[in-house]
Design a protein around this ligand. Structure first.
Ligand code: DGJ
Length: 727
């Protein structure tokens, strides 16, 4: 729990498997003292005396650069990258925030609008609020640390309050900052591109500053707002791992600076690029959350902590603990070419195969036969759907399926009635060209009248269609981010105001339709983040449905995010994105490792294929609770071997699932090692269905087991799912 130790002027945040310590230096600067494994009393004493020596500032000009500071300011004699920067009314950009006071609060305060992880009664969570003050300008920085001790999670955010009489401009404000001691630091990050999101990349950090970021107005395909640093190289079981996940969906930044002494500074929060926020007297600016986690036992420990936390404290509402319906989406089945009958035929085949929800994707509104028109005109196209959304949804419901609908609220097509009426509603800079992407412009979500229109128009469509599920898409990055409403000095606020507008609309629609299941999407997975997950309990992981690429995408994603929130669909072959034809079994087992769906015109599939699909759907229904609410373990990385293997284990450890995907044939002479299973009860015996194998959890985890079939496997793309039951 959180305690203050006045003798040392230190704060100790004690979680089950880590200590986090801050201290106030003799001159009032807030220092980072320690974050790592729990300490013995002797180690604790040593740590303090070392810190106390270091904390004394000497007249030597570089002394502060060898201190570890908790929320470093700028302009004095620590010239490493600051956690924040302000511009005062007098034009100076130098601040000096010194320790003022502390408060230890039960649970977590309400931070108002925007994504926020929850605290529930069972949590024993506490929040430390440390107040730093710049007395010259009467500014206050509140650093918040919400500790979930049993979850090994620490949630940080920052508030700047202007208690002075003049405005101040915020040029940068991190949510969290951290100075880690000299070590051989490695970085794990998740870059990507459209149709290849969240690829695992690991390597040692070199001296200098590295910015992982998005400047696109969305969290982006190019880099996910999640990173880990490890002390030396780590693996799934070994090594100290520090995780940083931002709960924001717009421009974000995680920057690392490896200093000349090999110490590491990390700042995480909103991107300072093109950001400037004018804070009037009496006002406060609240940063988004950064969710920190620590594991002294490699990546597995960290992923487990994040998975449980996201499932239980980030995702909320009606769907939080409910099994997610298995859906059939018509996008790859029809694209824009469909009508009532065609959709119904596909839906009927889906129902026969055992699916539970039919989703009507893009193209149902305005006059949208391709992607060049109609975004903003959220009323049904009667040429395609003469009986309206209600007619279609009644028929779909009549089949015993739930009905879902695609929307892309934040967009406007210049070819639309909405644009004719409100050409000024898009983001734009007066007298400058408005650049399109996918033939569309972006609505200015900072404007309340735009959000009110969308709330009514989209709300009306959802009501008319008695919709049970919504896919909220967003298909381009922001450009020409300007509007004619904000005064000249405030244009730097627009990216963030846009984002808060998006969250506001999400929140209003959630409240109006509390039982509707929303799925986030952004050209696949360009907004795969905790901000979205606060509002939408699942996210379409990628537009790439190719079974092989998906192994890599889902494997990468799993480091930070649980399989429950990863939309994963089986599609037709040859695959529409890669033109590759992966075996149906492989496609199914990959999709079954996430939040399963189908995205294909299965009326065109052979009866044998439909039968095989139906069998997997049936199987998924049986194992869905383990996949969606069990614990996930990575066993073998496709990034480092010819195989991917992972497991799901029920919380009571009585059932487990082992998935193995082998990409290339086993080469002659290759020594296939046993797969060391994880998460089992060492003292329990397990039977592996269909394998005539009965072994103890201990043996399976310590010595490993490998299915015979893979040892002399002569074909590419072999995969298997094994069920383990305790006996
Ligand atoms: C991008 C999404 O990721 C796809 O699944 C699909 O909904 C299209 N947009 C529709 O335009």
């Amino acid at each position: 729990m959180i305690t203050y130790h006045p003798a040392h002027r230190c704060f100790l945040l004690k979680a089950q498997n880590f200590f986090y310590v801050l201290g106030v230096s003799p001159n009032g600067d807030l220092h980072h003292v320690y974050w790592g494994k729990p300490l013995s009393p002797t180690a604790w004493g040593r740590l303090f005396s070392e810190w106390e020596k270091r904390a004394v500032e000497t007249e030597h000009h570089v002394s502060r650069e060898f201190q570890r500071r908790e929320f470093p300011d700028f302009g004095h004699n620590d010239l490493r990258t600051p956690a924040f920067q302000l511009e005062h009314a007098d034009g100076y950009r130098i601040s000096e925030f010194l320790y003022d006071s502390l408060k230890i609060l039960p649970g977590k305060p309400d931070f108002g609008p925007g994504p926020s992880s929850r605290v529930e009664e069972t949590d024993h969570a506490q929040t430390l609020k440390v107040v730093l003050r710049d007395s010259l300008h009467k500014l206050e920085l509140d650093l918040y640390y919400t500790l979930y001790p049993e979850r090994d999670i620490l949630v940080r955010r920052t508030i700047l309050r202007n208690r002075g009489s003049k405005p101040v401009s915020i040029l940068k404000l991190s949510s969290a900052s951290l100075d880690l001691p000299p070590a051989q630091w490695h970085l794990v990050r998740f870059p990507g591109r459209w149709a290849n999101e969240r690829q695992w990349r690991e390597g040692p950090l070199q001296e200098g500053t590295l910015r992982l970021e998005s400047r696109r107005g969305i969290s982006s395909h190019e880099m996910n707002p999640f990173a880990m640093v490890t002390r030396g190289p780590a693996d799934e079981e070994k090594g100290e791992v520090y995780g940083f996940v931002l709960a924001t969906s717009g421009n974000w930044l995680i920057e690392t600076e490896l200093f000349r002494d090999q110490s590491l500074r990390i700042n995480a929060g909103l991107n300072d690029f093109n950001f400037k926020w004018r804070l009037e007297p009496g006002k406060a600016f609240i940063s988004p959350e950064c969710v920190l986690a620590y594991s002294s036992q490699g990546f597995t420990g960290l992923s487990l902590a994040y998975h449980r936390f996201i499932r239980e404290r980030v995702v909320g509402g009606f769907w939080q603990n409910r099994p997610r319906p298995m859906l059939l989406n018509n996008w790859e089945a029809t694209y824009f070419k469909f009508n009532h009958e065609k959709l119904l035929r596909i839906a009927r085949a889906g129902k026969e195969a055992g699916l539970e929800l039919f989703v009507l994707d893009d193209g149902w509104f305005g006059k949208r036969n391709d992607d060049t028109t109609s975004l903003g005109d959220w009323f049904v196209d009667r040429r395609k759907l003469p009986q309206g959304l209600r007619g279609l949804s009644d028929d779909i419901h009549g089949l015993g399926l739930k009905f879902g609908l695609w929307i892309e609220p934040e967009m406007i097509s210049p070819k639309s009635l909405l644009y004719q009426k409100h050409p000024d509603w898009c983001l734009h800079v007066p007298k400058r060209r408005r650049r399109m992407a996918r033939s569309q412009l972006v609505l200015d979500m900072s404007r309340p009248e735009v959000r009110d229109y969308l709330f009514e128009a989209i709300g009306g469509a959802l009501e008319e269609g008695r919709v049970d599920y919504v896919k909220w898409d967003m298909n381009r990055s922001l450009s020409e981010v300007g509007n004619e409403i904000l005064p000249p000095g405030r244009q730097g606020e627009l990216y963030f105001r846009y984002l808060m507008g998006v969250y506001d609309l999400m929140d209003r629609l959630n409240r109006r339709f509390p039982q509707v299941l929303f799925e986030g999407c952004s050209g696949g997975g360009a907004r795969f983040d905790l901000g979205i997950l606060h509002y939408h309990p699942q996210i379409w992981a990628s537009d790439n449905t190719d079974g092989l690429d998906r192994v890599f995408i889902q494997y990468g994603t799993s480091f930070g995010y649980p399989p429950l929130v990863m939309g994963a669909h089986v599609s037709s072959v040859p695959n529409h994105q890669t033109h590759r034809s992966m075996p149906l079994k492989w496609r199914c087992l990959v999709a079954m490792s996430g939040n399963f769906g189908v995205e294909a015109d299965i009326t065109k599939w052979k009866p044998s294929e439909r039968k095989e699909l139906a069998d997997y759907i049936q199987l998924y229904k049986e194992i869905r609770p383990i996949i969606q609410f069990g614990d996930f373990y990575r066993l073998e990385s496709p990034y480092q071997s010819n195989r991917a293997a992972w497991m799901f284990v029920n919380p009571d450890q009585k059932e487990a699932l082992l998935f193995v995907f082998q990409i290339n044939p086993t080469t002659i002479g290759e020594k296939v090692k046993g797969l060391k299973l994880k998460g089992l009860n060492a003292l329990t015996a397990y039977e592996i269905e269909g394998q005539k194998v009965k072994l103890s959890g201990k043996k399976l985890m310590e010595e490993g087991w490998f299915p015979k079939a893979f040892k002399k496997n002569k074909k590419s793309y072999q995969c298997e799912l094994f069920k383990l039951n305790s006996v």
